[in-house]
Design a protein around this ligand. Structure first.
Ligand code: ATR
Length: 295
């Protein structure tokens, strides 16, 4: 019998807090990074019920974990249980990464940074001077919109079924980041013209996500323009109906796999202080994409 146990009395713990967590790919990603870099740590997923969130955070602190990720539905609620939240996380209204520093818990948001890196790598351009149209006005939209405005976009239009939520995000951005944002109702007539005219279109809603395959955040009265860069934060399925339509209209399409990957990479770097090399990341990303496709 060959025994190959790598967990010892010194092994540090990292984790994921959310509900549900069973299908998360994060344990695979983080444990792979640890095994390749030789960092003595394990990453486990904790399914936490809503009424136990405060106790779970206290427990993780008492157990002196290295840090943890936070996922749906707790990215906002977690903030009140932490000792401090980063300026960006406060603006974005969400934390997905918590680091334990000498018994104090610090909240960060790596979703937007992950989105930004994956966009730039796959689109070959950033947001400076660009007009951007964002569909949805939930937590993901807020984080992405703040990032894009901070990175110098010329125009950030946020369109949502419930217009008030989009206007709320645009007001916050105009007051705190850059005066470039505008909130719109998704089904206002003018919104379709804005959609057609923007250079970059981003879907942040869950419309079209498994099992809602075939769903789309917009109806067929919305027209893509040739050459637009269209990003869908959904990674399952890898090509949503929204991206299919965009592709038919000669747009460049990108799905959410890179965002998922890089938010994890940035979280790992925050916890360990490591800077993961580009070559290693490229190799890991290729394996990660294969595993996602088989899931
Ligand atoms: P997250 O935190 O992941 O962004 P959320 O806070 O639940 O998720 O936000 C989901 C967003 O997607 C909302 O803006 C929602 O619109 P409403 O505010 O009008 O509810 C939007 N959304 C969800 N399903 C949608 C659909 N089928 N078509 C258009 N927008 C949709």
């Amino acid at each position: 019998m060959e025994i190959n146990s790598f967990v010892s009395g010194r092994t540090k713990v990292m984790g994921l807090v959310g509900n549900p967590v069973e299908h998360s790919i994060s344990p695979f990603l983080h444990n792979t990074i640890s095994s390749v870099t030789g960092i003595d740590a394990v990453y486990v997923a904790f399914k936490v019920e809503k009424e136990s969130l405060c106790d779970a955070v206290k427990g993780l602190k008492a157990l002196n974990v290295l840090g943890f990720n936070v996922t749906v539905p707790y990215k906002k609620e977690i903030m009140k249980y932490l000792d401090e939240n980063s300026k960006e996380a406060l603006l974005m209204g969400a934390v997905n990464t918590v680091k334990n520093i000498d018994g104090r818990l610090y909240g960060y948001n790596t979703d937007a940074e992950g989105f930004s890196r994956s966009f730039k790598e796959e689109a070959g351009t950033g947001f400076k001077g660009k007009s951007v149209f964002i569909i949805g006005a939930g937590g993901t939209s807020r984080a992405i919109a703040v990032k894009i405005a901070a990175e110098g976009a010329k125009r950030v239009c946020i369109a949502n079924r419930t217009a008030e939520k989009a206007i709320d995000i645009s007001d916050m951005i105009n007051s705190n980041v850059n005066s470039v944002a505008r909130g719109l109702g998704l089904y206002e007539e003018e919104t379709k013209n804005v959609f057609r005219d923007c250079e970059i279109i981003i879907n942040t809603t869950s419309a079209g996500m498994f099992p809602d395959i075939g769903g789309s955040p917009v109806d067929n009265t919305f027209e893509f323009s040739k050459g637009q860069i269209v990003y869908d934060v959904i990674y399952n399925p890898p090509k949503t109906r929204f991206l299919e339509e965009a592709e038919k209209n000669n747009c460049k399409t990108i799905n959410g796999t890179g965002m998922l990957f890089y938010q994890a990479v940035y979280a790992y770097e925050i916890w360990t202080g490591l800077k993961l090399g580009d070559e290693f990341l490229a190799e890991l990303y290729a394996s990660f994409k294969n595993i996602l496709l088989k899931k």
